[in-house]
Design a protein around this ligand. Structure first.
Ligand code: 4NP
Length: 169
């Protein structure tokens, strides 16, 4: 696990905005949003965090998360009600940290970033994951079976704890 410096620098800030990003915003990033919201609420930190998610592909805009993602998430206690939306240029201003699920998401976000400061806000989810050395990203489960969705949740539960620990010290 290599926690990015930009995340450590946010620790102690009054209000922190975190945007999770994947391709479609119907599987991985809404699940990340759900896991993170759950942790934030569990710790009573709602006043300190703005949590949202978005996708680089806008084709599912307005949709609820994929049914399979919702089924796997609710079994672990995460009700996913986010409506898919595309990443906007204003996100680079509004959020402090933009967390990419895979390397393609990361590269595209870094390319889109309007300033160097905005580019620094883009980090990889996997950098916060401690327990899965075999994974180098949060893989797209869209064409996988149930085990793909379970792996996404395993990675996100691990990573979101470390992310929140880093930001909330
Ligand atoms: P996500 O999964 O990026 O985790 O939301 C995907 C969902 C839809 C598509 C690709 C990935 N799609 O191409 O429609």
């Amino acid at each position: 696990m290599e926690i990015p410096e930009v995340a450590r620098e946010l620790a102690g800030k009054d209000r922190i905005g975190v945007l999770f990003v994947c391709l479609g915003n119907i599987c991985r990033s809404p699940a990340a949003e759900g896991v993170m919201r759950h942790l934030v609420e569990e710790r009573g930190l709602q006043e300190r965090f703005d949590i949202d998610s978005a996708g680089l592909y806008g084709g599912h805009a307005g949709d609820l998360p994929d049914h399979r993602m919702r089924v796997h998430a609710i079994r672990r206690g995460y009700g996913l009600i986010h409506r898919s939306r595309k990443v906007r240029m204003s996100d680079f201003d509004e959020f402090d940290l933009i967390v990419a699920m895979d390397h393609s998401n990361y590269d595209r976000l870094r390319d889109m970033a309007p300033t160097l400061e905005a580019q620094r806000k883009v980090v990889r989810m996997i950098d916060f994951v401690g327990g899965y050395p075999q994974c180098d990203c949060v893989p797209d489960p869209y064409y996988d079976g149930a085990e793909g969705f379970e792996l996404v949740l395993d990675l996100l539960e691990d990573g979101c704890v470390n992310l929140l620990d880093t930001l909330s010290v």
